[in-house]
Design a protein around this ligand. Sequence first.
Ligand code: PMP
Length: 403
Amino acid sequence: MDIHKIREDFPILSRKVYGKPLIYLDNAATTQKPRLVIDSLVDEYYSVNANVHRGVHYLSQQATELHEGSRATVREFINARSTNEVIFTRGTTESINLIVSSFGEEFMQEGDEVILSVMEHHSNIVPWQLLAARKGIAIKVIPMNDKGELLLDEYEKLFSEKTKIVSVTQVSNVLGTVNPIKEMIATAHAHGVPFLVDAAQSIPHIKVDVQDLDADFLVFSAHKVYGPTGVGVLYGKEEWLDRMPPYQGGGEMIQHVSFEKTTFNELPFKFEAGTPDYIGTTGLAKALDYVTGIGIENIAAHEHELTAYAMQRMKEIPGLRIFGEAPHKSSVISFLMGDIHHFDMGTLLDRLGIAVRTGHHCAQPLMQRLGIEGTVRASLAIYNTKEEIDALVAGIERVSKMF
Ligand code: PMP
């Protein structure tokens, strides 16, 4: 695999910031887009644009074919049984809100419980808290050890006859921990409880097969897997989605409307009120095709090697603390250097052209567990190189000398 050739697919990687070559290490926040994704967006606006599903005319039919073709691409990518199980949303956050709202409405009563983990992103905490305020449900939290691994014995103990759903991230956006999600799903199923997988941070890095995992729901965002912003996916087993009420009302999601009674459309449209981002979904399909073209196993191998190299080099820096040392770790490295504030480190690295994330990374409960306010986070993608890791290490050392 020629990384330098891959880099040429990403126009933004050749730009400079502050006169220095851009070193983009903020991929867990969003990935850069290959040219073919950007071109697909522009091309579709230039030559196909028309609203989908309703039109008799040529362009509308072509736009519909592209949009529904993208659904088929997503289905294949995650190995869903049917395109009925692939709902397009605006992103991971909306996908989770949809499930919480609709599943919570139908299947949860006061006193019922959801199990989350201590390393969840706010988007997999706050919607449940809103439901808790509305319906009086309770939230149980799986703890972790100091390496950043979930405690599976404790997880098992959290189940009760009130447990209605488990919702856990496959990969932590702060620690990089790859959770044993297949095993955790099997545990939930042994208790007769469905499982929602937050795959926002796993989809770009590892093979995700919803049937192999036996996930009941699985959600992700296009923009973190080389696709455009504003598009996300909710996978749900048809047997669940069929029994769940619509999330939002409007056009597209109905079969027949009268003031007396409205009937709803079949899956997947029942959950897709309003005009979808049909141009964004084409971009997502192009991005997934791009990933498939390189091979997710090749991406995983490259990122694994790079992460191991970065961990080894960073551990050699005196005074540097790494958060998240699970043996099964994705390409996310959170750290603090001595008593340098994470924001200062991030700002000074930025002046060297190195883009990292600083702060709580939308995981404040995890920060509380770690006893810190925030970290500096370097997160890697397919186009990152060892030279960029060397530049990061040199940058950290340079910044340290300033303090
Ligand atoms: N879950 C995880 C694990 C994430 O990393 C993120 C994004 N940082 C989200 C959910 C939310 O994704 P989005 O903002 O694209 O909806």
